[in-house]
Design a protein around this ligand. Structure first.
Ligand code: RVP
Length: 493
């Protein structure tokens, strides 16, 4: 008979990392890691699949910094798939499937396309995909009649074009020599096959650590549920080019989750991550269903009330450690999801056995998170809420909520009958993601230096914890002083 009481559960504030022998220079530190079997990131951070954290703008910003965003699922299938598309097209060495416009379209149509995808020009193609010309800001700027057809305004063929497979260096040389910004790539029949832009080259230089797929496009993940048309959602996301799917529920140790993982995997080659679980058995069940990654966390989230509403959960450091015992043996990466308050918690999660961490509240205050800035008593905030909060479960896309099934309440007929497991609130405005990530990863690098771990696997292997008491925690934070200046990486609660 299993024992009634499990081991003592510990979380971030219960432990510290022991300093270890270190013989590296901080610039030798490598923070890359795997979020799932086949998806590698350059910094071990994911932005949470929440409607106040990750839409396309956050996902683009995260991937540029070297991490990855997981697009939330509290919206229609078409909208979520469109967001995948926006990320995959945002920047790359080459756009493999460029947005095009038909010659009969109006300038107003072309304007709308440029605005939607934040691009400055579009190749013009016929029904068969043959390149007829290009229409750019330069062609359109002085035209007052937006009802005119693109064919009358575009710069027609012959244009400077490249062959499919042209090297980056050769493409750059053509752009430079002809003083042009866009190089369409065509095959022998003149069919448009790709597009290379100056902007992409500049961005590639600006974001040298960006997390990219094999075609040089930014990485992005997306969440799906288990109820209703969740499988169709997964298919649409895969079709749009998503790099991995997260089967995202509050209880990943349930058959519905395993079945959905297996079903998606049986039909596609993208990585599938399952979650959330908080025990070794939960991790093993997901492994048995064939997951490529495991997401750990039941109740640690800053907006989560599962532990008080249902009395369920495992303090996060213990949860990660337990799950990793099963996951490591199976070669499946672990994501530590929720509960991180400071940069030091990242290294604690990794030493406990996580390969990456997922962040909600630490990123909800960024400029790139969805939602407006709020001004309250002269201070700036952004709203943040749990996906199990009443607000999130009641919000409607196409007449229905997409968030309820995360908490297995899709069958609840009226909003008054919902049992929330999260709350709604606000977090301080933090400015651009790049500055926030700089501090988080800077803290992680310091941890790796102190522990003596040059890589994430080294950190995991060498890291040791000391358990602390409430007196130790008090000593850890600034004490016996009134803080007069906010540090960029520390605020008192
Ligand atoms: P945190 O970073 O502590 O804000 O936690 C974010 C995580 O909390 C999410 O990635 C998700 O797993 C979990 N979550 C989201 N909504 C809720 C809820 O309403 N209970 N919990």
């Amino acid at each position: 008979v299993p024992e009634k009481f499990a081991t003592l559960g510990l979380t971030y504030d219960d432990v510290l990392l022991l300093p270890g022998a270190s013989d590296m220079a901080p610039d030798q530190i490598d923070t890359s890691s795997y979020i799932s079997k086949n998806v590698r990131v350059n910094i071990p951070l994911l932005s949470a699949a929440m409607d106040k954290v990750t839409e396309s703008r956050m996902a683009i910003a995260m991937a540029r910094q070297g991490g990855v965003g997981v697009l939330h699922r509290n919206l229609s299938i078409a909208d979520q798939a469109n967001q995948v598309d926006l990320v995959k097209r945002s920047e790359s060495g080459m756009v493999t499937d460029p947005i095009t416009v038909h010659p009969d379209a109006t300038l107003a149509d072309a304007d709308a396309i440029c605005a939607k995808f934040r691009i400055s020009g579009v190749p013009v193609t016929d029904q068969a995909g043959k390149l007829l010309g290009i229409v750019t800001n330069r062609d359109m700027a002085f035209e007052t009649d937006r009802g005119q057809q693109v064919r009358d305004v575009m710069t027609p063929m012959p244009l400077v074009t490249g062959r499919v497979g042209i090297s980056g260096v050769d493409a750059m040389e053509l752009l430079r020599r002809h003083k042009i910004e866009k190089l369409p790539l065509v095959d022998d029949a003149g069919i448009l096959k790709g597009l290379i832009t100056v902007k992409d080259f500049v961005k590639a230089e600006k974001y040298p650590h960006a997390a990219k797929d094999k075609d040089g496009r930014l990485l992005v993940g997306a969440a799906v549920g288990v109820a209703g048309d969740a499988y169709e959602r997964a298919q649409a996301l895969i079709e749009a080019g998503v790099d991995f799917i997260v089967v995202d529920t509050a209880h990943g140790h349930s058959r519905l989750v395993g079945d959905m993982v297996a079903k998606i995997k049986s039909n596609s080659s993208v990585d599938v991550i399952g979650g959330n679980i908080a025990t070794r058995d939960g991790a093993q069940a997901l492994i048995d269903s064939g997951v490529d990654g495991i997401k750990v966390g039941v109740g640690p989230g800053s907006i989560c009330t599962t532990r008080v509403v249902a009395g369920i959960g495992v303090p996060q450091v213990t949860a990660i450690y337990e799950a990793s015992l099963a996951a490591k043996a199976a070669g499946v990466p672990v994501i530590g999801d929720g509960g991180l308050q400071y940069s030091g918690d990242i290294a604690k999660a990794l030493v406990a056995g996580a390969d990456t961490v997922m962040l909600g509240s630490l990123l909800a205050g960024c400029e790139e998170s969805p939602g407006e800035l709020l001004f309250i008593n002269g201070k700036q905030f952004k709203s943040y809420r749990g996906m199990g909060s009443l607000g999130a479960m009641q919000s409607r896309g196409e007449q229905r909520s997409f968030s309820k099934d995360r908490y297995f309440q899709e069958g609840v007929a009226s909003d008054e009958k919902l049992v929330p497991e999260g709350i709604e609130g606000q977090v301080p405005y933090r400015g651009p993601l790049s500055a926030v990530v700089h501090q988080l990863v800077g803290g992680l690098r310091q941890s790796m230096f102190y522990v003596g771990g040059r890589t994430v696997p080294d950190l995991q292997a060498n890291g040791r914890f000391v358990r602390i008491t409430s007196a130790g925690l008090k000593e850890s934070h600034p004490h016996d002083i009134q803080m007069t200046v906010e540090a960029p990486n520390y605020s008192s609660k």
